[in-house]
Design a protein around this ligand. Structure first.
Ligand SMILES: *Cc1c(COP(=O)(O)O)cnc(C)c1O
Length: 386
């Protein structure tokens, strides 16, 4: 049987897959099993931050594979320790817990937001405000945290203790910040929810509440982190200092890794035995992450912002494009046509794009070459204008 038939027969159908079986790639160029070439504007949903089979990343991973692939978290390992330092140096955060995915990172963020409050104030202060249209993951608790009703069916009962504030509604936010609230959790640019930017003033209102009421600022940087928005973390665009940051997707350049970063307030909240993960901080993933994180410096981030400006300008000149949202290389394109249809047509024409709600979503590799960028944009333009 060929791949698609095998998959349809034996893999549980939790995804609506695009009609192609991808087999290999280099940089932002991908090939399917028939040898057809595609430009990749999705990078595995913002995961392959430096594209496919990046030489430096590959060398770092291979070097670690030759030493050892895994030991338990009962022992110290160098890649994990070095990566934690690197992330703290970049952000002014104080401690890092390693997980294996975005949902797991958010679980850790939620657990320790609650533990901070419990340690300091005791019971009755465990509520977390999240935003309408947010997306925080697929576990029962991160689904509960996700502010979209469509995710709150079938699998209940869900974890209690979440309430949802409409994004950018400062009045509602202030109303909701009652004495039982320990944290406000948000994406600076909502990804799955439709590439929606938060207003600067709204984020500042969160900061104000946080300062006044000792409510923790928990920023979900699973999608927006690691250079995606043109800053190392998207919260830097809003001049805030979060208490907890979760990240994953692009962190290890395509290997499964998540992380929770803790600021000054929480530096003693994580105690031995309070949390754990068998694979968390795995040396191969950590080695891959070091190769990615170490290269996201100021000059690199500037190139991300420049590419972003170039793409936005290009898109706004396409007939049928109504608006472009997002930041850096996380862009949502509002079009007159149906986004899903456009994505399928792009695929046929040799371009991989994503959708988010009614928008076409672009998440190219951060180091995509101008040549690949040009080729991809040309295909997108032809499909939208057709
Ligand atoms: C993708 C995503 C998650 C979930 O990450 P997984 O690795 O799929 O568990 C959580 N939050 C945000 C903002 C995301 O984009």
């Amino acid at each position: 049987m060929e791949t698609k038939e095998l998959d349809n027969e034996y893999v549980a159908h939790s995804y609506g897959r695009f009609n192609t079986a991808l087999s290999k790639g280099k940089g932002s160029t991908v090939y399917d099993e028939s040898g057809k070439e595609y430009i990749d504007f999705g990078s595995g949903i913002g995961v392959t931050a430096f594209g496919l089979c990046d030489n430096e990343w590959k060398a770092a991973v291979e070097m670690q594979l030759d030493k050892m692939q895994h030991v338990s978290n009962l022992y110290y390992t160098e890649p994990c320790a070095k990566l934690a330092k690197m992330l703290c140096d970049k952000t002014d955060m104080k401690k890092v817990f390693f997980a294996n995915s975005g949902a797991e990172a958010n679980e850790g963020a939620i657990k320790f937001a609650r533990k901070y409050s419990y340690d300091k104030y005791g019971d009755g202060r465990s509520t977390i405000i999240t935003l309408v249209n947010s997306f925080h993951g697929r576990t029962i608790t991160t689904l509960a945290a996700t502010g979209q009703d469509t995710f709150h069916t079938v699998f209940g009962p869900f974890t209690p203790g979440f309430k949802y504030c409409p994004a950018n509604d400062i009045e509602k936010l202030n109303e909701m910040a009652t004495d039982d609230v320990c944290a406000i959790m948000f994406e600076c640019v909502q990804g799955e929810g439709g590439v929606n930017n938060l207003d600067y003033d709204f984020v500042k209102a969160i900061e104000k509440l946080a300062n006044e009421k000792d409510i923790l600022m928990v920023v979900d940087e699973v999608q927006t982190g690691n250079g995606r928005t043109g800053r190392y973390f998207a919260y830097e665009n809003f001049d805030i200092k979060p208490d907890i940051v979760s990240t994953a997707k692009g962190l290890a350049g395509g290997l499964p890794m998540g992380a929770v970063l803790f600021g000054e307030k929480l530096k003693d909240t994580v105690t031995p035995g309070s949390h754990g993960s068998t694979f968390g901080g795995n040396p191969v993933c950590a080695a891959g992450a070091i190769s990615i994180v170490s290269r996201i410096d100021d000059e690199f981030l500037k190139s991300v912002r420049e590419k972003s400006e170039y793409i936005k300008k290009y898109l706004m000149n396409i007939k049928g494009v109504k608006s472009v949202s997002g930041m850096g290389l996380m862009l949502g394109v509002e079009i007159e046509k149906d986004a899903k249809e456009v994505a399928n047509e792009c695929l046929e024409n040799g371009l991989l794009v994503l959708t988010a709600k009614t928008k076409v979503r672009l998440l190219p590799a951060l180091n995509i070459s101008f040549c690949e960028l040009e080729r991809g944009l040309k295909i997108l333009k032809e499909v939208i204008e057709k």
